[in-house]
Design a protein around this ligand. Structure first.
Ligand code: FAD
Length: 459
């Protein structure tokens, strides 16, 4: 006999718990299923722990930079990795407990701990229980992608999840993958004291960004002593005693990078292979992401997919925004859509990158007439006062409508400052609005009007 619900949510990532709260508030008898840790990737092995670790790494970095500010520290600067991990674990525990207690105390909600799998388009089995509902929402997220590279099965490698258990200093961490996740780990472990090599297949780091962003990020990392190996076309792994050798070149030769530990950071894979999607008839794309329409409906009526699993975003904020879109459509008669949102994200190295909208390459490809403004952080008073002058700000403007098309702020506070442009974009206002605003002195943001006053045609 199946237990009947109005809705079943599988996965407690960044969208499921909020949706459960809304559904139960609307009087729906709801079930939520989680097979592992409440709160999912971001809370347990993603954003929260990495940013906690980045903060420890920055503290070590700033302690070493003490003399730049006239601060003398007697004795050497040491990083206690057990303490670093304990601090991170404490922060994670608080968030994980928060979600666990929130769900546990939610009226009208039944929490199942186990693996959920479709039995049909309106039924799901978890442990020995069969649940039935007219509405089923998938928030199952993803996991680290382990590529089928030579030797991968013969070595002990770390992923973003297993590296969370590390409470010692790797002597030499080799990171395969020069994108967002890999670079955050690269800088933090270098600052903790490891030797770090980043091995990237492509011709540059964070290949989705404009070339000058990639080049400046590479400079920032290299200045801290991180080795970057690009165009590693034939990556292979080999255990050599207690070391791991990473080959990067397609030619045979002695070119292997030998490290004490290897982190695989080459992308994420959706958790769709073990959901029984075939029993429900839910379609995925060739990479396994559930195909959804602009309002997050799968091809099967009554089944939605929200968060990373739909391939329409890979961030906590896109997952949460999916929840908002679904709830608006389901309960508020508000036809919000995925395509209403403006791309935005951060790269949390130090200094961070804040990004919004189109890159310069995308603007060029669109063929529209555009203006570009750029300012080096070295010109920004606040950055100089803080002796943190790496990076630059860049903004792209539509030459006809005067609307902001995109921006990159790579520099101190870039992850926060970018929102001042993002909100103007949401307001659909021209950039001149920013020029008329009075900003606080001394801040980095106060220089954005100056940058906008010196726009040049994008050649
Ligand atoms: C190292 C790292 C750093 C990151 N940093 C950032 C950042 O700074 N900013 C940012 O915006 N994003 C960041 N992200 C991405 C972010 O973590 C995800 O985009 C976010 O967690 C949204 O995921 P989600 O809601 O789709 O599901 P997830 O958070 O992945 O949760 C899915 C949940 O579903 C459960 N589940 C899966 N299958 C089943 C099943 N069959 N039955 C029951 N339960 C199931 C899983 O156990 C999991 O708990 C980072 C990711 C990583 C890996």
């Amino acid at each position: 006999m199946a237990t009947k619900f109005d809705a079943i949510i599988i996965g407690t990532g960044q969208a499921g718990p909020s949706l459960a709260a809304r559904m139960t508030r609307e009087g729906m008898k709801t079930a939520i299923i989680e097979r592992k840790l409440f709160g999912g990737t971001c809370v347990n092995v993603g954003c929260i722990p990495t940013k906690a670790l980045v903060a420890s790494a920055r503290a070590a970095h700033m302690a070493r930079r003490g003399p730049d500010f006239g601060v003398t520290i007697d004795g050497s600067i040491k990083v206690d990795m057990k303490q670093v991990k304990a601090r991170k674990d404490g922060i994670v525990r608080q968030s994980n407990q928060g979600v666990t207690n929130w769900l546990g105390n939610m009226e009208n909600l039944t929490v199942y701990q186990g693996h959920g799998r479709f039995e049909s388009a309106n039924s799901v089995r978890v442990n020995g229980d069969l649940l039935e509902a007219e509405k089923i929402i998938l928030n199952v997220g993803g996991r680290a992608f382990v590529p089928d590279m030579p030797g991968v099965d013969d070595v002990d490698y770390l992923t973003n999840s297993s590296i969370m258990e590390v409470d010692f200093l790797p002597e030499h961490l080799v990171i395969i993958g020069g994108s967002y996740i890999g670079l955050e780990f690269a800088q933090m472990y270098r600052r903790f004291g490891s030797a770090v090599t980043v091995v990237e297949m492509g011709p540059r780091l964070i290949g989705r960004e404009d070339e000058e962003v990639s080049a400046t990020v590479k400079d920032i990392l290299e200045q801290e002593g991180i080795a970057v190996r690009l165009q590693a076309a034939c990556i292979g792994l080999e255990q050599r005693g207690d070391q791991v050798a990473v080959t990067a070149s397609c030619e045979p030769g002695p070119e292997a990078i030998v490290g004490s530990h290897v982190l695989l950071a080459v992308g994420r894979k959706p958790n769709t292979h073990d959901l029984g999607l075939d029993k429900a008839g839910v379609e995925t794309d060739p990479r396994g992401f559930i195909t959804v329409d602009d309002q997050l409906r799968s091809n099967v009526p009554g089944i939605w997919a929200i968060g990373d699993v739909n391939g329409r975003g890979a961030f906590t904020h896109t997952s949460y925004n999916d929840y908002e879109i679904l709830a608006a459509n389901m309960f508020d008669d508000d036809p919000r859509r995925v395509t209403d949102r403006i791309t935005t994200y951060g790269l949390f190295i130090d200094p961070p990158l804040g990004r919004v909208g189109m890159t310069e390459r995308e603007v060029r490809e669109s063929g529209r007439k555009a203006l570009v403004g750029k300012m080096m952080m070295a010109r920004v008073g606040r950055a100089r006062e803080r002796s943190e002058t790496q990076g630059f700000m860049k903004v792209l403007i539509d030459a006809e409508t005067k609307k902001i098309l995109g921006a990159a702020i790579l520099g101190i506070g870039g992850d926060e400052i970018i929102h001042s442009l993002l909100d103007v974009m949401y307001a659909d206002a021209p950039y001149s609005v920013i020029q008329r605003a009075m900003h606080i002195h001394p801040t980095v943001t106060e220089l954005i009007p100056t940058m906008l006053g010196d726009l040049k045609p994008l050649e």
